[in-house]
Design a protein around this ligand. Structure first.
Ligand code: PHE
Length: 340
């Protein structure tokens, strides 16, 4: 029996030298200590051994069992840590890879232009507020006088997430949001992305930027709107840029206006940038509809207000002569790098 045990132990010692993967250690463990393993089989002889030898043999076998286990687990631990090290080395991420210390990021052209506009507006007493891009139907439509059955909903083909939640189609969602939070008088603006179901082409993208301005106080009039907007546009587009106010319609303003600006590329002659029109539409505005004030808990007999909404991608497009609207939304660093 002793010889048998020694034979097995030297077999294990020999075999362990040839093992290169930690998973193979388990195979050797099964082969020796498993249910039908070589050592386990020796334990079965115990039955046949005379009673007075049983204890000595039992001790012998148990020692052998422990010895085999410790040979195997020593090698197993060694291989496991080696394998882990190799794995870590192979998966190592070199965070300094391709780092060019001279490379500084650039702001997106829309951000650059928005920052200019924000400076003008804050200089005129407006403060910035935010509105969510994922919005309740209530704020995007209901509370700005566009009820469920209104044909005006067709003007803004919406991307719905659930029956009552959509990607906002306009920054005008910040009108009810502002009226809910702030007591008049207030003067605020809000900027961000809006979304409409649109196929992508040179002038259309399903996401675009708008800037909303809202002023509510006692006795705000159309004259204030015209004065303030003219000033904003002069500062923003330059003193010499001609602008034109014309009557329009929005469900949440009455009266409503739209403002066109002379194309600053061709100075009104008509060119590719303005689709030959010599001018381009830059914003919608108007006196906030008394019903909208009422819907949002403001007494229209006491307060009045104006609101305006710029489509904000056109300015950087014109200024930097960007021929395609799509590149504005792709976040391609090759495009953005040009605006340093
Ligand atoms: N929300 C309008 C649009 O998306 C623009 C607008 C804003 C008009 C505020 C009037 C007042 O077309």
């Amino acid at each position: 029996m002793k010889e048998k045990i020694e034979e097995i132990i030297s077999y294990v010692k020999e075999k362990i030298e040839t093992i290169e993967k930690s998973s193979d250690c388990q195979n050797l463990r099964i082969e020796t200590l498993g249910k039908n393993g070589k050592i386990t089989e020796l334990f079965r002889f115990m039955k046949e051994v005379p009673a007075n030898e049983k204890q000595a043999l039992g001790q012998l076998l148990n020692t052998a069992k422990q010895q085999v286990e410790s040979i195997i687990s020593a090698k197993e631990t060694f291989l496991q840590s080696k394998e882990l090290e190799e794995k870590l080395m192979s998966e190592k991420i070199d965070v300094t890879l391709d780092l060019n210390p001279d490379e500084v990021g650039a702001l997106h052209p829309v951000t650059i232009d928005f920052m200019r506009m924000a400076e003008i507006l804050t200089g005129m007493g407006f403060s910035q507020i935010d509105g969510p891009e994922i919005e309740y139907d209530k704020y995007n439509f209901e509370l700005v006088n566009i009820p469920a059955d209104s044909p005006s909903r067709d003007m803004q083909d919406s991307l719905y997430i659930t029956n009552s939640i959509l990607l906002r189609t306009q920054t005008s969602n910040t009108q009810p949001r502002a009226m809910e939070k702030i007591k008049p008088p207030f003067k605020v603006f809000s900027f961000g992305r809006v979304f409409r179901k649109d196929d992508i082409d040179a002038t259309h993208t399903p996401a675009f930027h708008q800037l909303e301005g809202i002023y509510i106080d006692k006795k705000v009039s159309l004259a204030d709107l015209k004065h303030d907007l003219s000033l904003i546009l002069k500062k923003y587009l330059g003193e010499s840029t001609k602008t034109k106010f014309r009557a329009s319609y929005f469900p949440f303003t009455e009266p409503s206006v739209e403002v066109d600006a002379e194309c600053n590329v061709c100075k009104g002659k008509g060119c590719a940038a303005c689709n030959g029109a010599g001018q381009y539409e830059i914003l919608g505005a108007g006196m906030i509809h008394p019903h909208v004030l009422e819907l949002n808990g403001i007494d229209p007999n006491e307060y009045s207000g104006y609101a305006f909404g710029f489509g904000f991608d056109r300015f950087p497009k014109m200024r930097y002569k960007i021929p395609n609207a799509k590149v504005m939304f792709e976040n391609d660093v090759r495009f953005i790098r040009q605006f340093k």
